[in-house]
Design a protein around this ligand. Structure first.
Ligand code: F6R
Length: 615
C-alpha cells in the first residue's frame, strides 16, 4: 500500500526520493508526491506513476537538501491530486506531512480543528494530522514535541514523516502500527517504510518501534518513545546492517518480478528448509526456544490469515489433521476478528503472512490473545515485521523480498514451513517413527529439485494460455488437499488477468456449478494420483459429458488420456505430501502467461496493493 521515503543530506535529495519511490511502486499506489525544502516548501503531486513525478521534477528543476515523498493507495477520498500526499497546514510556518495507515478518529479531530479555524482542502485523514501538528506547534514551538503531542491524540495504525518550512534542517518521523525505518548514511539520514527504498543510500538501518518519534538532521538523529510519556523519553535503537542484496530487489534478466519469483521458488524453498537439509532429525527449536514445550501441550490449532496465505493455511489443515492427528481450524482473519469464536484450551494460534503487516491478520491475532489463547506462532517472510514481534513462536520463510503483487514464492515457502511444522508436531505427539521422520526429511530435501523439474512445464502451459486469454470465466477443480490449491490457482488467474475464476471442491460440482459448464467455460482440474483420483475422474466425466473443455494437470501416473476437449499436462509421478506444493507451479505459470497474452500489468494489477496495511 502507501510508501514513504524521506531524506536529509548535504547533497540534493530528489534523486534518492524518486529512486526510493520507484522501489516502493510494487506495494501498489494510485498517486505520488513529494515536497522538498528550497527557499520554502516545494510540492509536486500527480495521479500518475512515479515516472510522471520524475517528469514534473525535471520540468520544474526541483531540488533540495531535505524532502519527503509518498506513494498513496487511496483509502479516505478518491485518487486525485488534491488527495495526494504531502499535505500542508499552517500559514506562518507551513508544515508538510506524508502518512501511511489509517487514523480511526479523524472525524472527531477534524471537527475540533475546524472549530479552531483550520480549513480542509482534501478528503484525507492525513490532512487532519497536518493541521493537528500545526495546532500543537503553535503551543509548543518545537516540531518534535508537537508531533509527540499529536500522536497522543491519534487512534489507528500509522507511520508519518513531517517537515517544517522554517526549519528545513530537520525531518520528524513517527511510527505506530505501520512499518517505518531510519537509514543512517554517510552523506545524510533517511527514512522509509521499507528498507528496499534505502539500499541505494545506506545499509545501516534502524527499525523504529511502536511509539517511536525521531528527529533526523543531515549529520545526526535522536529518537524518543512516547508510549509512557506524551513528550517522549530518549531511547537508543540498534543499527542493523541490511543484508538485502541488490539482485534480490532488481529484475535481472526477467521481464516481470512475478516471473522472477516463480522461477526463484526452488532456491526460496531450499533457503527456507536449509536448516533441516543436513539434519538426521527435526528440532522443534526451529520454531523458537519455547517451541518444544508449547507444541507438546498443543491440543488444537487455529490458523488465521488472508488471501494466498489463507490458502496455505487450508492446505496445512489437511496435513496437520492427517499426519499429526491434531484438530485444526483455519479462519479468514477479517472474519475471525468480528466473530464470537469459542476458544479451545491449549490452542496454538498460527498467523501466516508474507508481509507480516496485513492489518486484518495482526488484528485477528490480537483478538485471539484477548480470547485467552496463550500461544501463537508467526509464519512470515519479513523478519522485522509487526507479526514477528507479536507472537511467542516464529518461523521465517526465507523467500527473499517478494515484489510482484501476486504472491508466488511466499506461498510455496509457507507450504514448505507448514509441512515442516506438521512433521514436528507429529514427532512430538508420537505419531511418527524414526524411519518416517527420516523419509520425510529426505522428501523435503528433494523438494527444490522437484520444483525445478516442475517448472519445465512452462512451454506447454504457454500453449494453453493462448486459448484462456480469450475467455471471460474459468472454473478450477480440486479435491482434498488440492482443493485449496485450486483456490490459489483461481485467485492467481483473477488477480493478474482479470478473468473471473472460481474454485470448487470437485465433489461440489453437481450441487450447483455444473450449470455453468458449456463450451465457453474452461475448467482447470488438478489431478494428482492420490486416493481421491478415481472420485475426481468421475467428476471430470460429468464435465466432459456436458461439453465442457477440460485442462488437467495430472501426475505422470494418473492415467488420464488426452481426448477431444480434454487436454492434459503431466507432472512427475505422484509425490505424496509434497504434491500440493508442486501442483501450485503450473497454476502460477498459467496465470502469468494468460496475463501476458492479455497485456495486463502483471506486477501491479489494478486496485491491488502488496501489503494490505488497512482494514
Ligand atoms: C494474492 C496475494 C494476497 C495476499 C494477502 C495476504 O496473490 O498476494 O491475497 O496473500 O493480501 O498478504 P500477507 O501474506 O502479506 O498477509
Amino acid at each position: 500500500m502507501c510508501g514513504i521515503v524521506g531524506a536529509i543530506a548535504n547533497v540534493d535529495v530528489v534523486p534518492v526520493l524518486l529512486k526510493g519511490l520507484l522501489r516502493l511502486e510494487y506495494r501498489g499506489y494510485d498517486s505520488a508526491g513529494l515536497v522538498v525544502t528550497n527557499h520554502g516548501l516545494q510540492r509536486l503531486r500527480t495521479t500518475g506513476r512515479v515516472a510522471e513525478l520524475s517528469k514534473l521534477v525535471a520540468q520544474q528543476n526541483t531540488c533540495g537538501l531535505a524532502g519527503i515523498a509518498h506513494t498513496r493507495w487511496a483509502t479516505h477520498g478518491e485518487p486525485s491530486e488534491r488527495n495526494a500526499h504531502p499535505h500542508f497546514s499552517g500559514e506562518k510556518s507551513r508544515i508538510a506531512v506524508v502518512h501511511n495507515g489509517i487514523i480511526e478518529n479523524h472525524e472527531e479531530i477534524r471537527t475540533h480543528l475546524k472549530n479552531q479555524g483550520y480549513e480542509f482542502t482534501s478528503d484525507t485523514d492525513t490532512e487532519v494530522i497536518a493541521h493537528l501538528i500545526a495546532f500543537k506547534l503553535e503551543q509548543e514551538n518545537n516540531l518534535l514535541k508537537a508531533v509527540c503531542l499529536s500522536i497522543a491524540e491519534l487512534q489507528g495504525a500509522y507511520a508519518i514523516a513531517v517537515m517544517e518550512e522554517t526549519h528545513p534542517e530537520r525531518i520528524v518521523v513517527a511510527r505506530n502500527g505501520a512499518p517505518l525505518l531510519i537509514g543512517v548514511g554517510k552523506d545524510g539520514n533517511y527514512v522509509a517504510s521499507d528498507s528496499s527504498a534505502l539500499l541505494q543510500a545506506t545499509r545501516d538501518i534502524i527499525y523504529l518501534e511502536e511509539g517511536d518519534v525521531a528527529e533526523l538532521h543531515n549529520r545526526d538523529y535522536r529518537i524518543v518513545n512516547c508510549l509512557h510519556n506524551q513528550l517522549g523519553e530518549a531511547v537508543e535503537r540498534t543499527v542493523h546492517e541490511s543484508y538485502l542484496s541488490n539482485e534480490a530487489i532488481e529484475l535481472g534478466p526477467y521481464t516481470h518480478f512475478m516471473q522472477k519469483e516463480i522461477f526463484e521458488q526452488p532456491s526460496a524453498v531450499a533457503n527456507t528448509l536449509e536448516m533441516v537439509f543436513n539434519a538426521q532429525s527435526i528440532s522443534p527449536n526451529l520454531f523458537g526456544s519455547e517451541a518444544e514445550k508449547v507444541l507438546s501441550g498443543t491440543k488444537h490449532i487455529l490458523i488465521l490469515a488472508c488471501g494466498t496465505s489463507y490458502h496455505a493455511g487450508l492446505v496445512a489443515r489437511y496435513w496437520i489433521e492427517a499426519v499429526a492427528g491434531i484438530p485444526c481450524n483455519v479462519d479468514i482473519a477479517s472474519e475471525y476478528r468480528y466473530r464470537n469464536p469459542i476458544a479451545h484450551p491449549n490452542t496454538l494460534v498460527i498467523g501466516i503472512s508474507q508481509s507480516g503487516e496485513t492489518a486484518d491478520t495482526l488484528a485477528a491475532l490480537n483478538y485471539a490473545k484477548k480470547l485467552n489463547h496463550q500461544h501463537s506462532l508467526a509464519i512470515c517472510n519479513v523478519p522485522e515485521s509487526a507479526l514477528i514481534r507479536q507472537t511467542n513462536l516464529r518461523f521465517l520463510t526465507r523467500a527473499g523480498p517478494e515484489i510482484g503483487v501476486a504472491s508466488t514464492k511466499a506461498f510455496t515457502t509457507q507450504l514448505a514451513s507448514l509441512l515442516l511444522l506438521t512433521i514436528t508436531l507429529a514427532k512430538i505427539h508420537h505419531r511418527l517413527s524414526k524411519d518416517d521422520e527420516y523419509r520425510m526429511i529426505a522428501a523435503l530435501r528433494h523438494l527444490p529439485v522437484a520444483l525445478q523439474n516442475t517448472l519445465q512445464v512452462e512451454s506447454q502451459v504457454k500453449v494453453w494460455a493462448k486459448s484462456f486469454a480469450t475467455k471471460r470465466h474459468a472454473l478450477f477443480l480440486g479435491r482434498g488437499v488440492h482443493y485449496p490449491i485450486a483456490m490459489e490457482g483461481a485467485l492467481k488467474l483473477k488477480e493478474i488477468s482479470y478473468i473471473h475464476a472460481e474454485a470448487y471442491a470437485a465433489g461440489e460440482l453437481k450441487h450447483g456449478p455444473l450449470a455453468l459448464v458449456d463450451s465457453e467455460m474452461p475448467i482447470v482440474a488438478i489431478a494428482p494420483n492420490d486416493q481421491l483420483l478415481s472420485k475426481l475422474k468421475s467428476n471430470l466425466q460429468e464435465v466432459h459429458a456436458r461439453g465442457g473443455e477440460l485442462y488437467v494437470f495430472a501426475d505422470a501416473d494418473s492415467q488420464i488420456m488426452e481426448s477431444k476437449n480434454l487436454h492434459v499436462i503431466r507432472l512427475a509421478e505422484h509425490t505424496g505430501l509434497l504434491s500440493p506444493i508442486l501442483h501450485t507451479i503450473p497454476l502460477q505459470l498459467l496465470a502469468y502467461h494468460v496475463a501476458l497474452e492479455r497485456g495486463t500489468d502483471v506486477d501491479k494489477p489494478r486496485n491491488l496493493a502488496k501489503a494490505v496495511t488497512v482494514e
